[in-house]
Design a protein around this ligand. Structure first.
Ligand code: COA
Length: 433
């Protein structure tokens, strides 16, 4: 895999991805003319092995391959059949791949944002679980809930943190195991969704481009059109909510379809306007992969973007919700459809109702080249060390629980050896190099 040329994206003073924090704890030393940009420097995805075809679904509900293909474009989807495979495990694999592409050590991450509608738990966040699994010891972590628009919302948050000078490296994840919240007896929904995760790594850079504009929107008056009614404060879990199936996805497909075709086109137009671009300038649109007819009726027909400039892979994965855009991005890169200088649009819609779009000027090489074996070995050793660190901290907490000690000190034994020395810069923790 080609060493992505992210050295050229580094801020002055940064060596090999080091934080450009000054030693006395003041703001990063940027030259006056230095503007910050948020560049995508790493990407990766993960999908479960288990494939469920339309023919498989014919055995489960009253449907047909023909109906699913003609009404949605979907041919098969991936499902996390192994109970040990969860939103966090898929997100962790995708995250590791993105870090590998960027050749970045996890300790350099300042922030991890995980967009998901099928998190591991209501809390803690799935992002924190991924943070622990990859050993991102200096990163803050939180989940973001904006359904299928969530990944683009998260990109917008990452860009904001970077442009404000609050972060140098942000990992953005879109991860779902919607198969766990789909009613497999409801043909209106179970044929649509699939599982998967995608990750992108965003870095502060002085190279112009990157995520150049974003557009976010919401219309909560349509909240009931696509929802999991129970399990929150409005309808806490009870025997009745379980027996009535209220923990499963409920959807008014027709209403969502109408909304989606309108907002996909409108959000794309708005974000292009903000970026000072026209649809003709765009090299590739990566839409949320929900339904081929939505893509055709919005991006192709209304915006008149030619078919070869729209990336679609929903036939293989179905609607993986917030993971669909980053998975499609990775496959578009693999297919050689993304090159430095290209202008990209990501556009999504989903429950909320929400919509989101962003315009990107791609800036890093995407060709694949061999990775050094020793780097791979070092990376694997790093992940084993992160697992050992996590187990150690759990063990120490257990000992503290059994032998209560000085409540004044919250530190766990070994913290000194694990944590890197830190300085506070603009409210964001930075390790001194
Ligand atoms: N197999 C066979 N028939 C099905 C079916 C299935 N899986 N699902 C629904 N049908 C039936 C309906 O029951 C209806 O039958 P009826 O006329 O006897 O009542 C018929 O097919 C037509 O349904 P309709 O709702 O008109 O189909 P549609 O063309 O709107 O397509 C969707 C249905 C769900 C594919 C489409 O509305 C859609 O994609 N909506 C957006 C959903 C979405 O993207 N959600 C996620 C947002 S992130």
């Amino acid at each position: 895999m080609a060493e992505p040329n992210h050295m050229s994206l580094e801020l002055p003073g940064a060596q090999n991805g080091a934080h450009p924090s000054s030693e006395n704890g003041t703001a990063p030393a940027l030259p006056d003319e230095g503007r910050r940009y948020a560049q995508i420097i790493g990407w990766g995805y993960a999908v479960p092995e288990k494939v469920i075809t339309n023919q498989d679904l014919e055995q489960i509900v009253e449907t047909s391959d023909e109906w699913i293909r003609t009404r949605t474009g979907i041919e098969e989807r991936r499902v996390a059949a192994d109970p040990k495979e969860t939103t966090a495990t898929l997100a962790t694999t995708a995250a590791r791949r993105a870090l590998e592409v960027a050749d970045l050590h996890p300790s350099k991450l300042d922030l991890i944002i995980c967009s998901t509608s099928s998190p591991e738990h209501i809390f803690p966040s799935t992002a924190s679980i991924v943070q622990d699994a990859i050993g991102a010891v200096n990163a803050g972590a939180f989940d973001l809930s904006a359904a299928c628009s969530g990944f683009v919302y998260a990109l917008s948050m990452a860009r904001g943190h970077i442009l404000a000078g609050d972060a140098e490296y942000v990992l953005v994840l879109g991860a779902e195991t919607l198969s766990r919240v789909v009613d497999w007896t409801d043909r209106n929904t179970c044929v649509l969704f699939g599982d998967g995760a995608g990750a992108v790594l965003i870095a502060a850079s002085q190279v112009p481009g990157g995520i150049i504009a974003t557009e976010l929107g919401s219309d909560g008056s349509g909240a009931d059109l696509l929802t999991i009614p129970a399990g929150g404060s409005a309808m806490p879990a009870s025997l009745e909510t379980v027996s009535s199936g209220n923990h499963f996805i409920k959807m008014d497909g027709k209403a969502v379809f109408r909304f989606a075709t309108r907002v996909m086109a409108d959000a794309t137009k708005s974000v292009l306007e903000r970026a000072g671009l026209t649809p003709e300038d765009v090299d590739l649109v990566i839409p949320h992969q929900a339904n081929l007819r939505i893509v055709q009726n919005s991006v192709l027909k209304q915006l008149k973007v030619p078919e070869d400039k729209v990336f679609v892979n929903l036939q293989k994965y179905g609607n993986t919700s917030t993971a669909s855009i980053p998975i499609a991005l990775c496959e578009a890169i693999q297919a050689g459809k993304v090159k430095p200088g290209d202008k990209l649009v990501f556009v999504g819609f989903g429950a909320g109702l929400t919509w989101a779009a962003c315009a990107i000027q791609w800036s890093v090489p995407t060709e694949a080249a061999a990775t050094d074996w020793w780097k791979n070995t070092r990376r694997q050793a790093g992940y084993q060390a992160a697992a050992a660190r996590s187990m150690w901290r759990r063990a120490v907490r257990w000992v503290y629980h059994v032998w209560p000690t000085d409540p004044e000190s919250g530190a766990l034994p070994g913290d000194e050896g694990i944590k890197e020395p830190e300085t506070a810069v603009n409210g964001v923790r930075h390790s001194e190099e």
